[in-house]
Every structure is written in C-alpha cells, then in structure tokens.
Design a binder for this molecule. Structure first.
Ligand SMILES: Cc1cc2nc3c(=O)[nH]c(=O)nc-3n(C[C@H](O)[C@H](O)[C@H](O)COP(=O)(O)OP(=O)(O)OC[C@H]3O[C@@H](n4cnc5c(N)ncnc54)[C@H](O)[C@@H]3O)c2cc1C
Ligand SMILES: NC(=O)c1ccc[n+]([C@@H]2O[C@H](COP(=O)([O-])OP(=O)(O)OC[C@H]3O[C@@H](n4cnc5c(N)ncnc54)[C@H](O)[C@@H]3O)[C@@H](O)[C@H]2O)c1
Length: 512
C-alpha cells in the first residue's frame, strides 16, 4: 500500500490512503514541541472523516478547529449561503453592526453634548444601514473560510440529514446528493425564528428577526412581539431611528434575568424615545394589510403599524436532521438533549450551541463546540465556567456577571451595593454619557464580589474586569487598591468599590 504524500500530509501525523470511498488512516502519535499530535495509537479508519460537524455557526467552527488542531480529519457541512451560521448571517453580527450604524448615523450618543436635534444624517435609510452590515458580514465570512481552509477543515456545501448513526447525506441544493461517513458527529445546527400559524408572515410588513435585514425602508411605526433580548435590542434600534415602537410582552416585565434597577433605567430611556410598553399582554394574531399590519391582542386591543416584528422565541432545527436514522429524537422545540460532555443518547454523536437550548448565546456556543471536540478526541477538558457574562446590546447597552440583587435577596444572601455613575467620572463627561452606571454587589463577610452590573457606554466590555476579579477570587479591596488609567470608564470600578467599602465601614462603626 502506497502512502499518500501530498505536501500537507508530509508534516501531518496522518498518512492517508484513498481506497474506494474509504480512507485508511494510520495515526502515528507523538508530541512535537508544543504541538499536540494525536494520541499514540495505531488506528485504521473506515470513515471519510474522524469528526464531521453539521453547522458552521460559532459552535460548529470552534468544534471543527479544535478537532483539527488535535490532528483529526474534520469536515463541516453547511449551506453555501450560511457559512458562519445564524451568528454571522442573520443574528449576532448583522444586529450588532446595524446597532453601530444606527448609533453613528442617528447621532444619538452625542445629543447630550450637541443638543436633542443633533443627527449625523437627516434621512437615514435602510441602504445606509445595510451597506455597513453587508460589509461586515462578508469580511467575517472571509475570515471564517480562511480559518477553516488553513486548518485543513473540509467544507461541504449543502444540507445534511442522517442516514445511519455514522453517516449523513448532503443535498447541495441542486438535487445532487453525496454521502459522508464519520467516526464521530457533532450536531451544531442551531435554531430558526419560531413562526406560529396565527401570524401571517409576508416578509414585508410582518417579519421575524431575519426579515429586519431585508426591510426596504425604515418603518414609521412598528409592533415588536416579545420583549426578549432580540425584541428589545431591535426595539431600541428602531426607536433611535425615530420609529414609533410598541412592545407587547406577555410577561409582566422584560428581561427577568437582568437587575431590576437597570431594567427600570432602560425602560426610562426607551420611553424617552417614544417606545410604548404593553406588559402582561399577549399577541393572539397578526394580519397583513395593504401597506401595514394589525396585531390583535388577547385582551381585544388592536395595534396597527407599518411593520410587525415577531421576536417571540426561536425553534431548534432537530426535526430537519432525520434524527431517527441516527437513533436520536429532538424535543417539541426542535432541541437535542445532551449530557455534561455534550454527548447525545448515542455516545459518538454530540450536540452543541443553540440546538441544545439554554443559554443559546454565541459566546457559550463557541465554548461548547470546543469542549465537545476535545471530549470526542479524548483530550482532557475543564467543564464550562459557571461565571458567564451576559451582554445585551440595547441602547444604552447592558452587561452583567454573577448574581442580581433579586437573586441574592431570594437566597437570603446579605450584600452591600457600591455604585458609580458615569456623570461623576471625567470620561463619562468626555463621552457625553450622563446616565451610565456600574454597580457592584459585595459580600460583607469575605468582601468577595457577588455580582457586577453595568449600564451605558462600553458596558459589554467593562464587565470583563469584574468577571476577571470574580473568577480569580479577588475581593472588593483589590478594586479599592488598584490604579486605573485616567480618565476612563474603568475607573467606575474603583468608585463603586469605595462606595461599597464606605457603606460596610459605616455599619461596622455603628455596630462597634
Ligand atoms: C438577532 C440575533 C441577535 C443575537 N445577538 C447575540 C449577541 O449579541 N451575543 C450572543 O452571544 N449571541 C447572540 N445571538 C445568539 C447567537 O447568534 C447564537 O447563540 C449562535 O449563533 C448559535 O450558534 P450555533 O453554533 O448554535 O449555530 P448557528 O449560528 O445557529 O448556525 C447554525 C448553522 O447550522 C446550519 N444548519 C442547520 N441545519 C443544517 C443541516 N441540516 N445541514 C447543514 N447545515 C445545517 C445552518 O445553516 C446554520 O448556518 C443572537 C441571535 C439572534 C437571532
Ligand atoms: N445580546 C445577546 O446576547 C442576544 C441578542 C439577541 C438574541 N439572543 C438570543 O437569542 C435567543 C432568542 O431570543 P428571543 O428574544 O427571540 O426569545 P426569548 O424566548 O428570549 O423571548 C421571547 C419573549 O417573547 C414573549 N412572547 C412569546 N410569545 C408572545 C406573544 N404571543 N405575545 C407577547 N409576547 C410573547 C416571551 O414571554 C418572551 O419574553 C435567546 O436565547 C437570546 O439569548 C441573545
């Protein structure tokens, strides 16, 4: 048997020989400097790939790269137009770029300085917003394609469905199908917007969050159904553009996992941008009409708007993978159950990212992908860190890590609060953010940080300072003693820490 000696093979631990449609792989394991080659073992593989990943979103990409870095032969399947997943094409990246364009063109963040009528451009159009979005999407796709290519991950274009526990058939969209086998398979197929039958979607006036990116013009009025993260992020962007937004949410408050004081501050800001909230109300039906749509609430209220955006949850895509053939089943929300190693009920098949449900974030999905790949490659791996930040890109933005006041109160854990307001920081004045704030929740006993909550400019970046201190077991005293660059918003950590320490000292003094 002759060894395949293509150039890349010459420095790979693999020697692959193509025999019919099977590749026979001899793994010569060793460590080479810092590089990790596969484990010492000789292995004959009858599969096309060691690891096949379904989906190229954040979890799929990181799973593929992690496995290839461990010397495995890896393939990733996704539709040609979806490389990068929901994250790059319709979700995180377009929405965050749109927000950046809205902030810049509307001039909103500069109005405290230059007056309420300040705008960079009087008539902001959807074209203005989408040109920036398309630019970023195409750059990001290039980056991902190039990362996969230089790491020798085989990208297979098409839609995969299981044909047996070790095989998928990929339809490339032109009725051409090919079968691929793999020793282990990682499902990273994500979610799509939920579309109930009671809503007459037309992708023009009645849209879901994917449809926002295809709007032809900025609506004068909009009903947002569901005050989850997607609903509130888009509600704040359109409100900043001058759209008259009504948010309908069946719960009595929005974003229940966020600190109440910060939610109150956000509501105040959104109301200031003419957003109307209908909490405790449910949208029963949405009808499309010439030039608009009407949302009818269970209470009987009818709300007319140019556009209705339905953002009331997402649905996993498990039902489209023919899981039966693999011996698996999804739940009624299209999600797949996994164990602590991201293994499904069929141990050589893993599932990661949004398709496994909570927390359904790009940030956590990436980690899940990497960890599943390590486990599949028998590489030691730590469990996902408990301390995970949440970033919500409303206007103004919100971020936090650790516990909220409500959670601590419910758990009867005593805490002290230290607050810093941006308006009292030189950098807050310079940036023109008078409403931002940072709040520390501190344990009076061991002075550890229990939670960090940030509202305003840079919140989603600033939170990581608190996360690092908490993760390394630091106390509020570290922040009191630390020297921060001046003038910065990071200085708010020191101000808030001093506030908390002063309050604790006051209690100690009175207590004797
Ligand atoms: C509007 C919006 C804004 C968001 N903002 C944020 C944010 O700011 N921060 C954050 O952390 N998260 C955010 N998220 C969530 C984030 O986008 C997801 O958590 C993340 O994309 C999930 O990654 P994933 O790896 O599960 O795959 P996804 O990104 O969901 O991609 C799955 C991929 O699998 C492919 N696929 C599915 N079925 C098949 C099949 N049968 N064959 C081949 N390929 C298939 C799909 O084509 C898709 O490309 C946002 C989501 C949305 C919708
Ligand atoms: N910044 C971020 O991290 C970010 C941004 C966007 C999305 N995401 C993720 O995307 C996922 C999906 O977000 P989402 O906001 O679509 O879903 P969600 O499930 O978080 O929120 C949906 C909301 O709609 C409400 N609702 C449902 N049906 C309703 C009806 N008929 N009438 C009125 N209200 C109704 C629900 O009570 C809920 O509050 C989440 O997991 C989220 O974490 C994250």
């Amino acid at each position: 048997m002759a060894l395949n000696t293509t150039p890349w093979m010459s420095h790979s631990p693999y020697r692959t020989l193509i025999c019919c449609r099977y590749s026979i792989t001899l793994t010569l394991g060793h460590r080479n400097g810092g590089a990790v080659w596969p484990k010492p073992a000789t292995l004959l593989s009858v599969y096309d790939f060691d690891i096949l990943v379904i989906g190229s979103g954040p979890s799929g990409q990181k799973a593929a790269i992690a496995a290839t870095k461990l010397g495995r032969r890896v393939g990733v399947v996704d539709r040609r137009a979806m490389i990068g997943g929901v994250c790059i094409n319709t979700g995180t990246i377009p929405s965050k770029t749109l927000r950046e364009a809205v902030l810049y063109l509307s001039g909103l963040s500069q109005r405290d300085m230059y007056g309420q009528s300040y705008r960079l451009k009087d008539d902001v159009t959807m074209d203005d917003l989408s040109s920036r979005t398309q630019h970023v999407i195409s750059r990001q796709i290039d980056v991902i394609r190039s990362q996969l290519a230089r790491n020798r991950v085989t990208v297979i274009n098409g839609t995969a469905r299981f044909t047996d526990p070790h095989a998928v058939t990929v339809d490339d969209g032109t009725h051409h199908e090919a079968k691929y086998t793999a020793e282990k398979i990682i499902i990273a197929a994500g979610t799509r917007p939920a579309r109930p039958d009671s809503v007459a979607f037309d992708d023009r006036n009645v849209i879901d969050s994917d449809g926002v990116l295809n709007l032809e013009r900025i609506p004068r009025s909009m009903v947002v159904v569901g005050a989850g993260v997607i609903g509130i992020e888009y509600a704040s962007m359109f409100a900043a553009l001058g759209t008259k937004v009504t948010v309908v949410e069946r719960r009595t408050r929005m974003l229940e996992f966020v600190d109440l004081e910060i939610i109150e501050a956000l509501k105040y800001h959104l109301r200031d941008l003419s957003v109307t909230f209908r909490f405790g109300e449910e949208v029963a039906t949405v009808e499309q009409h010439q030039g608009g749509a009407i949302a009818t609430l269970v209470s009987g209220k009818r709300i007319a708007a140019d556009t209705v955006m339905y953002s009331a949850g997402r649905q996993g895509v498990a039902s489209e993978l023919n899981l039966d053939a693999a011996g698996l089943a999804g739940d009624n929300r299209g999600r797949i159950k996994v164990d602590e190693h991201y293994r499904t009920d069929v141990p050589h098949i893993y599932a990661v990212g949004d398709v496994i449900g909570f927390p359904a974030l790009a940030s956590t999905s990436m980690e899940q992908g990497r960890m599943a790949a390590y486990h599949a490659c028998d590489e030691p791996v730590h469990a996902l860190m408990e301390l995970q930040p949440i970033g919500i890109y409303t206007i103004p933005e919100i971020s936090f890590v650790g516990k909220t006041e409500d959670e601590l109160t419910e758990q009867q854990v005593p805490f002290e609060v230290g607050i810093s307001r941006y308006r009292e920081l030189a950098r807050g004045q310079i940036t023109g953010d008078a409403h931002g704030m940072l709040k520390l929740l501190v344990a009076p006993g061991d002075r550890s940080l229990l939670g960090v909550h940030v509202f305003g400019t840079g919140a989603t970046e600033l939170v990581h300072i608190g996360q690092a201190v908490m993760g390394c077991g630091g106390s509020v005293d570290y922040l009191v003693d630390a020297v921060f660059n001046y003038p910065t918003l990071a200085e708010s950590y020191k101000v808030a820490a001093l506030d908390a320490v002063n309050k604790m000292r006051h209690i100690d003094r009175l207590h004797g």
